[in-house]
Design a protein around this ligand. Structure first.
Ligand SMILES: Nc1ncnc2c1ncn2[C@@H]1O[C@H](COP(=O)(O)OP(=O)(O)OP(=O)(O)O)[C@@H](O)[C@H]1O
Ligand SMILES: Nc1nc2c(ncn2[C@@H]2O[C@H](COP(=O)(O)O)[C@@H](O)[C@H]2O)c(=O)[nH]1
Length: 186
């Protein structure tokens, strides 16, 4: 069986990456979605081991020092990283594999795994991105401002990605991703 390509989904904070990933989990359980480690505190409803592995700073330091992360980055005051071993095991087993990570992480994957497909999720407009991020209601205004600053940088890097999908409809984005991952849409 040919080894499937690793697919990376990135895009500015609030564009809808987690929403797309949650819909994919529901509709396409055959796709494996990497669970990242983060030092961020859980949002209401987030479960350890499902949305993230929540870790303290010391634990995160150890993961970095022992080389257990495929990539990692600091984003808006917290650290996030992809556990290396499960990704390599899933790819080796022929399972379609998706990472949802920020621009800095995508750049690292581009360097270490040049065969990976890098997908940029873009908002229909800047105004809509702001509306989604503020409307989510999970961060205080100063954190939203940091995330929007990072979002400007992420949008300016769109050309580094292999392709862009505009998130107008979550279902359409999932359909497109499933086609890219090599599965039949449902
Ligand atoms: N296609 C869409 N149309 C309208 N609203 C959307 C769409 N996709 C996502 N949203 C909404 O936008 C908000 C932000 O979505 P989400 O949390 O998935 O973004 P994100 O890219 O994962 O953000 P972050 O990087 O900060 O985690 C949520 O309230 C979500 O319901
Ligand atoms: N480089 C990495 N970025 C990651 C990873 N997991 C998530 N993220 C990105 O962080 C921001 C913020 O996420 P949030 O859940 O706090 O809103 C967002 O862009 C995620 O895509 C990771 O393992 N590595």
């Amino acid at each position: 069986m040919p080894r499937p390509r690793l697919t990376v989904l990135s895009g500015p904070s609030g564009v809808g990456k987690s929403t797309v990933v949650a819909e994919l989990r529901r509709s396409h359980p055959e796709v494996w979605l990497s669970v990242s480690v983060t030092t961020r505190k859980p949002r209401p409803g987030e479960r350890h081991g499902v949305e993230y592995f929540f870790a303290g700073n010391d634990e995160f330091d150890e993961l970095v020092a022992s080389g257990e992360l495929l990539e990692w980055a600091e984003f808006a005051g917290n650290r996030y990283g992809t556990p290396r071993r499960p990704v390599l095991e899933k790819l080796e087993a022929g399972v379609p594999t998706l990472l949802e990570i920020d621009l800095q992480g995508a750049r690292q994957v581009r360097t270490t795994m040049p065969d990976a497909l890098l997908v940029f999720l873009a908002p229909p407009s800047w105004e809509e991105l702001e509306r989604r991020l503020r409307g989510r209601g999970t961060e205080p205004p100063e954190v939203i401002a940091r995330r929007l600053d990072a979002g400007r940088i992420e949008l300016a890097a769109e050309k580094e990605f292999d392709l862009t999908i505009v998130n107008t409809s979550v279902k359409d984005v999932c359909h497109r991703l499933i086609t890219l991952l090599g599965n039949s849409p449902s």
